[in-house]
Design a protein around this ligand. Sequence first.
Ligand SMILES: CC(=O)N[C@H]1[C@@H](OP(=O)(O)OP(=O)(O)OC[C@H]2O[C@@H](n3ccc(=O)[nH]c3=O)[C@H](O)[C@@H]2O)O[C@H](CO)[C@@H](O)[C@@H]1O[C@H](C)C(=O)N[C@@H](C)C(=O)N[C@H](CCC(=O)N[C@@H](CCC[C@@H](N)C(=O)O)C(=O)O)C(=O)O
Ligand SMILES: Nc1ncnc2c1ncn2[C@@H]1O[C@H](COP(=O)(O)OP(=O)(O)OP(=O)(O)O)[C@@H](O)[C@H]1O
Ligand SMILES: C[C@@H](N)C(=O)N[C@H](C)C(=O)O
Length: 468
Amino acid sequence: METISFEEAAKAVNGQLTFADKNARIRGVSTDSRNVQNGDLFFAIPGEHFNGHQFIVQAIDDGAIGVVVSREHTLDLKGRSSSIIQVANTITALGDLAKYYRQKLGTRIIGITGSNGKTTTKEMTYHLLSCFSPTVKSQKSFNNFIGVPITIFEIENKHRYGVLEMGTNAPGEILRLSEISNPEIAVIVNISKTHLEGLGSIEGVARAKGEILENIRTGGVFVYNIDNPWCITIADRYKGKSVSFGFNHHAQIRCTDVKKKNTGYMITINGYLDVYIPIPGDHNINNCLASFAICYALGHDLRDLKDALSSFKLPSMRMEQQCIGNITVINDAYNANPESVNAALQYLGEINTRNRRVFICGDMLELGKESYQLHREVGEKVARLNIDALWTVGEHACDIARAAKLSGMPESRIMSFKEVADISASEINTLKEDDTVLIKGSRGMHMEKIIEKFREFFLKQELSHNCF
Ligand SMILES: CC(=O)N[C@H]1[C@@H](OP(=O)(O)OP(=O)(O)OC[C@H]2O[C@@H](n3ccc(=O)[nH]c3=O)[C@H](O)[C@@H]2O)O[C@H](CO)[C@@H](O)[C@@H]1O[C@H](C)C(=O)N[C@@H](C)C(=O)N[C@H](CCC(=O)N[C@@H](CCC[C@@H](N)C(=O)O)C(=O)O)C(=O)O
Ligand SMILES: Nc1ncnc2c1ncn2[C@@H]1O[C@H](COP(=O)(O)OP(=O)(O)OP(=O)(O)O)[C@@H](O)[C@H]1O
Ligand SMILES: C[C@@H](N)C(=O)N[C@H](C)C(=O)O
């Protein structure tokens, strides 16, 4: 972070400032006392498990030189000295300071939203842009009112690019995130039925994603998926410059050929550029096109990027393939919604495997009124594809099992569990040598815990074999 003064910060967040040291400058921002650095301004944030106000003293002891606190909080610094900025709402203040700080930077900001593939596209874009210039990216999937500001504070003037992920599960969130980050390139990777509980309907998802254009920089570029009808509707209304990507003939960044390779794909872009993507899943071609479209929108010659993705690795829990005992496990358990489950199922249905294809699926959360129907559709798809066994986990996923059975999948191939803990060794023992098992489910389902169970099971098996 470039240093800023306390006066600047207090003004930016509309806060009331009490000085400890008039000469001190803020050298970083933290919301977590567990990783405060010397010179940080600590924002006390209320959360799901704790309230950051409980950790103010710890933050000061660990190097924070100032704190941003809620006016409602009665402050007791237990004898410590610190500059204090009192505000109405600390999360709003965090965003306001990031907005102010962003405007001081010369960095070109890319804001990426969409229903699926934001993190992957962000990672790919970072991979490409860092070939040219110093670039900052959001950590993990830091994409909300806390994650986006934290990323912005990591940017310094030496960084030419900042690649920010923006997520939402309620109307108005992307609007605020785009206000804070004021992107020069605004990207919608795709629009599908996700977070319907807060966004209401697919129209609501489209409206929410479209909010990213409300605060695009003057002269900025909208990068969108031309294969997605909702993105086209948004692009049609947008009056500024745009760059489209996809398989559609009209795409400016168009995939003109795909060759499947053992470990990924060789794709051709615009008929002349052969790009190797060393990762599984057809959907990742889309994410790759999005990242190339971003580089094109920024004015780069795509020929310079030809080999850049050949060393790309997916973030964890996205199509993460591993051998455990005598089976292959694909961990795609970071999250789940109808579109990403479809993409994963498609992959499982087509994969080369020496034995069975097993799909283990947990609940798809936050789907609101459409949840029942959307889970049923997954079950129907499982029955249609070459899936040999289906395990479901959770009350909603049970509807996947029922629909698969009703659509003709033999009952003997289906098992349903209330929760991951209910999966025992006897069920794992039904897996056969060389089975390929794909694991998917919403974050709240923690489906990755099944992999631990697999590991324990095969380790025990190995130990017992060694005893004889
Ligand atoms: C608030 C926060 O940052 N929490 C992180 C923290 O959680 P923890 O369990 O410790 O407790 P609290 O959240 O209750 O803590 C409150 C504050 O107290 C601080 N604190 C706590 C303990 C302590 O000893 N000292 C402290 O100072 C604490 O730091 C808080 O400020 O730690 C967890 C483990 O590291 C984090 O997981 C947790 O992070 C939360 C989830 C978070 O929002 N983090 C952002 C940086 C972020 O961007 N996370 C993304 C995922 C975001 C997401 O889910 N996005 C949705 C769409 C957006 C929906 C939006 N409406 C929303 O609700 O977020 C999507 O679909 O993509 C990520 O982690 O990848
Ligand atoms: N373009 C895509 N279309 C459909 N599914 C996708 C696409 N890209 C990624 N996925 C699937 O979605 C899951 C999450 O991927 P990724 O983290 O890139 O998406 P995201 O939109 O960032 O998710 P989140 O909002 O939860 O951070 C992965 O399991 C992946 O297989
Ligand atoms: C984890 C969060 N980014 C997300 O995608 N949530 C949905 C509901 C999920 O986990 O499927």
